[in-house]
Write a protein that binds this ligand. Sequence first.
Ligand code: AHM
Ligand code: MG
Length: 338
Amino acid sequence: MSNLRTLGEFIIEKQYDFPHASGELSSLLSSINLAAKIVHREINKAGLVDITGAAGEENIQGEAQQKLDVLANDTFKAALQNRDQVCGIASEEEDEAVAFDGELNQRAKYVVLIDPLDGSSNIDVNVSVGTIFSIYRRLSPMGQPAENRDFLQPGTEQVASGYVIYGSSTMLVYSTGKGVHGFTYDPSIGSFCLSHEDMRFPKQGYIYSINEGNYIKFPKGVKKYIKYCQEEDEAGKRPYTSRYIGSLVSDFHRNLLLGGIFLYPSTRSYPSGKLRLLYECNPIAFLTEQAGGSATDGERRILEIKPEELHQRVPFFVGSTDMIDTLHGFLEQHPGEY
Ligand code: AHM
Ligand code: MG
């Protein structure tokens, strides 16, 4: 109890790590804190009130929007717009980037890219979902509407990123480039409280996470790596354990805590895989590197990819560094083979 620190207190404390901090980023993070609590409240009611299931619309990627996708998107958008620290957002649920038109918003220096409710098809069956966010300094001049180029920056330029996991407990995990910190929500006091300071990826893990139903379509190097994970080798603690929730945030969170690798590869018919570079892979890759892990598309560091489109997809391999290195060994032996 004597050590209890809320997310709000921690953010202010950490602000002094940045000598010229103006408090704008802290204010932005506190609007994410607020929106996360609201989404937590709504998710906890799922099943009791009519908020599960499809909303009847599709997003730009042709995926059916769930009611909670729409609700989470509206909640984060409103929270970010209200604090005047953000000049625009890009979201999985918005076709185009949204430039906020308020005068104070246009003077703001940050843009936010967000997947408001990742893994939302899991909601209907009471499985964990998440929110993923990424924050950049704008490139366009302040005082004008945000432009597309503000959103199409490589992940190395992120000022901060994080996720909220709505699981057996709700947690918010974030980094501003000085380590990764996790906060668990205590509903009785309505605050996220510091529970995981300076989270580190174990260098080697023993869990692999992949949708193995697609095995037949995977690149040959990935198939060989999966077989390697399943081989018996007492010294190397193989076979590894297979765990796949189908919610990126949840699969990633478990692997971060325990050590492991998450794979969402290309297939012959989907050469860019499924996951989106800007609001799924980049923020997770930023946290991963901050925690001492690795994130690649099989060849390049995710964070160095120069984005071309808002909803661009990319193959994604993320986790414990030794596991990613071993995977790369297999991929290099079979370039371009399926
Ligand atoms: P979504 O943004 O439409 O929810 O899709 C992203 C989700 C990730 O959370 C998860 O890792 C992946 O899709 C699972 O895909 P699949 O069902 O193909 O295994
Ligand atoms: Mg998503």
